[in-house]
Ligand binder design. Structure first.
Ligand code: ADP
Ligand code: MG
Length: 724
């Protein structure tokens, strides 16, 4: 239902809404991971030897012993049955930002017609979803369409309950029968392995004998909007594209900052608590919640976990946010820019690397020597962002995220690194060849002994940087709210692996030239910062001066749209990077370019079609009706001697005519299909389709300000953002 009656009814429904029935909260202990087949549950239910072997696979990435799979499958099935699950699903992460599942029953019919439940190691380890309709970017032709899923032992299985049942969910990788990765998890596991290998080289050069596997960690802060479902259901744009394609700004926006960190409205808090309860059951450590900057915008941040598990949990979290909203009569919008003129939503990806023996490798230590290790890892990140900044930009390139980047609310599309003043200064000293140590220690020669002890800097001082050091981790802030964090994590781990390998090579060759360990480290750092220091920037990332300086003086790329950024995936140095480190083969990489560019084009075309149809079938009729009402009123009044004037009539007519003319141009542009390459098609979307959509919107939003409110067909910004 659309039209003004829908609007009025929506407001009524919300006003008369009955609160959720009260429910006593459960204790954290009884909730925590109750729906997860955790290590401790495995320990209880598995024979000692099997548990030991599995634990080794999980913690040290040792190869999975197939003979243990049958035993684990049995224990997993018994546990799942005890939780009421009749089905199991291999869960995988195709190259959309979605999560996919193939459900199968435990049921096995016996010759006498009775049934038993069955779950073997074979089906735990490998599944065969047909999957021929998932995007594969040319890797599979349909006659050989089978892809298969394979159990990811390192991410725990869990139960997804619904009102009348439950499913055992098993995280898996999804690959083609020829072994090519068709998903987001496979490259993440590979990138992590490459990073581990390179980190081991650097750590052993530094003299560590006992080095546990190095893993990456991720804590993602998720922003989202909540809008009453009554409104969303009468807005085709929100329903189908997740953002408003029309809508004049409300008189009040976010300028008062009265929502940011304000008291959470009760209806929302009830929703959040419902979400958190489910997350706790799933073993997802939700940690903080608050109101965000824009009205109707909120944030949830779980505590960090290993990157692979955090990525699966992030997908689950998005699912729980969306599904739970429905139960509360709300819609959770994960789109990066649902509303024009107020802040969009991002997903800050906090990332670090570390292991059980050396700890967090991006945490400055309390001695100069632990700090030289820290500086090497930190330097590796700097080099990575400098060398592969365009790739980082490509990793967050979606049609929706383009609305946010560089819009004075989110980091610019230029990738730079913020270090904070103390660290900035140390790298500067290294570059100058002199380290002064602490402020009053006087100038000394370059030497590790003089490295300062770092202040613990909470680091959150520069919100305008896309890539900021925040005390013991980096925070990639340009990631979009609706995205999987896998792509950014693959990119960060891969660029880090490359840099750590360069560092290990350089350390080794410096040593071969006769440097002692300390000198080798410092000379390596000096070479690194001299080559890559241009990417370090502590100033205002939103400013026009930076945009100019970054490009003209520092040679950094400013890839404004996804149409500019995605072709980076085709560049030779990127292909070489992924191939050399075994993260993505050239074929796998090429397929990702195909898929992501197609998604970009599709997203914009769907929106453009919506613009055309909403303008024609919603806004045009409303405006015409108003014009007709207004002109008969003017004529009627004239007969009684009252002159109303025709200005409003003329203004609306002019805007309406212009709007329809632009709609015509947009329709014609949408009909164009003869593009030589995806690049050309993407540029057409960015440079022709999008501006035309904006132009239609400008006229429509102006009309919204002129036409009688009772005729306006779509819920307004004021209604959607302020009525809860
Ligand atoms: P902010 O000040 O940006 O709101 P928080 O202190 O709330 O930051 O932390 C943001 C996220 O960073 C949380 O998910 C937190 O668990 C995560 N985080 C903290 N330390 C690390 C780390 N070493 N690696 C990855 N993520 C981390
Ligand atoms: Mg943050």
């Amino acid at each position: 239902m659309t039209g003004n009656t829908a609007r009025v009814q929506a407001v009524q429904n919300i006003t008369n809404r009955r609160p959720m029935p009260a429910k006593a909260p459960e204790s954290l202990n009884s909730l925590w991971a109750s729906d997860v087949f955790t290590l401790s549950k495995m320990k209880e239910s598995l024979p000692k030897e099997v548990f030991k072997s599995l634990k080794k696979t999980i913690e040290a990435s040792a190869e999975l012993d197939v003979s243990v799979a049958d035993v684990v499958a049995l224990a997993m099935k018994d546990w799942a049955l005890s939780k009421g699950a009749l089905y199991y699903a291999h869960v995988f992460y195709p190259l959309t930002n979605a999560t996919a599942e193939k459900h199968d029953s435990f049921i096995s019919v016996q010759s006498d017609g009775s049934v038993i439940s069955e779950f073997s190691g074979k089906v735990l380890v490998q599944g065969e979803p047909d999957g021929s309709s998932f995007p594969n970017g040319g890797i599979r032709s349909t006659f050989e369409a089978r892809g298969y899923t394979a159990w990811d032992v390192t991410s725990p299985a869990y139960i997804m309950p619904t009102d009348n049942g439950a499913t055992l969910c098993i995280p898996t990788v999804f690959v083609s029968w020829t072994g090519e990765a068709l998903d987001k998890k496979t490259p993440l596991l590979r990138a992590n392995a490459a990073m581990n290998k390179a980190a081991q080289r650097v750590l052993s050069f530094l003299g560590h004998a006992d080095i546990a596997p190095v893993n990456s960690s991720c804590g993602a802060e998720q922003e989202y909007f909540l809008v009453d479902a009554n409104f969303v259901n009468s807005r085709p744009d929100l329903l189908l594209s997740g953002r408003t394609l029309f809508g004049a700004s409300a008189a009040k926006g976010q300028q008062f900052d009265d929502h940011y960190f304000g008291a959470i409205p009760e209806r929302i808090q009830v929703y959040m608590q419902d979400v958190e309860e489910q997350l706790y059951r799933l073993g997802i450590p939700a940690k903080t919640r608050h109101n965000e900057v824009a009205p109707g915008q909120f944030e949830i941040a779980p505590f960090f976990e290993s990157a692979n598990v955090a990525t699966d949990h992030q997908q689950l979290l998005m699912t729980v946010l969306k599904n739970t909203a429905k139960k509360h009569g709300l819609v959770c919008l994960l789109h990066e820019k649902p509303f024009k003129g107020i802040n969009g939503s991002g997903k800050h990806v906090n990332w670090s690397v570390g292991n059980a023996t050396q700890g967090n490798l991006l945490d400055p230590g309390s001695t100069p020597h632990s700090n030289s290790q820290f500086l090497l890892f930190c330097g590796a990140v700097i080099r990575g962002v400098h060398k592969y900044g365009p790739l980082l930009r490509a990793a967050i390139a979606t049609a929706s995220n383009d609305h946010r980047l560089g819009a004075n609310e989110a980091p610019p599309a230029i990738m730079s690194v913020y270090l904070g003043s103390q660290l900035d200064n140390v790298f500067e000293q290294i570059s100058n060849g002199k380290i002064t140590g602490s402020l009053n220690a006087g100038v000394m020669d370059l030497g590790i002994n003089t490295l300062p002890v770092f202040n613990k800097d909470s680091g959150d001082r520069n919100r305008t940087s896309p890539f900021a050091f925040t005390g013991n981790r980096f925070e990639f802030r340009a990631v979009g709210s609706g995205q999987s964090v896998a792509g950014p994590l693959v990119t960060m781990n891969t660029m880090l692996a490359d840099s750590l390998n360069w560092i290990a090579d350089t350390l080794e060759s410096n040593k071969a030239k006769g440097d002692d360990l300390d000198t080798a480290v410092l000379n390596t750092l000096k070479e690194l910062i001299d080559q890559h220091g241009a990417v370090v920037f502590g100033g205002n990332g939103y400013s026009a001066e930076w945009h100019k300086m970054a490009v003209e003086e520092r040679g950094l790329a400013n890839l404004k749209t996804s149409a500019d950024a995605l072709p980076v995936l085709k560049e030779a140095y990127i292909e070489e990077l992924f191939d050399k480190l075994g993260v993505l083969s050239p074929v796998e990489l090429a397929s990702r370019f195909e898929i992501y560019s197609e998604q970009y084009i599709l997203a914009i075309e769907v929106e453009a079609k919506l613009v055309v149809s909403m303008a024609k079938t919603g806004i045009y009729p409303a405006a015409v009706k108003y014009l007709s009402d207004l002109s008969s009123t003017i004529t009627g009044l004239k007969n009684t001697g009252v002159e109303l004037g025709n200005e409003s009539l003329a203004l609306i007519t002019a805007q309406l005519t212009s709007m329809m003319k632009t709609v015509g141009t947009l329709s014609a542009a949408l009909a164009k299909h003869d593009f030589a390459t995806p690049e050309e098609h993407m540029q057409f979307c960015a440079k022709t389709i999008r501006p035309l959509m904006d132009e239609v919107r400008e006229y429509a939003d102006a009309l919204e300000g002129e036409i009688a409110d009772e005729l306006w067909p779509y819920p307004t910004y004021q209604e959607m953002l302020f009525i809860k």
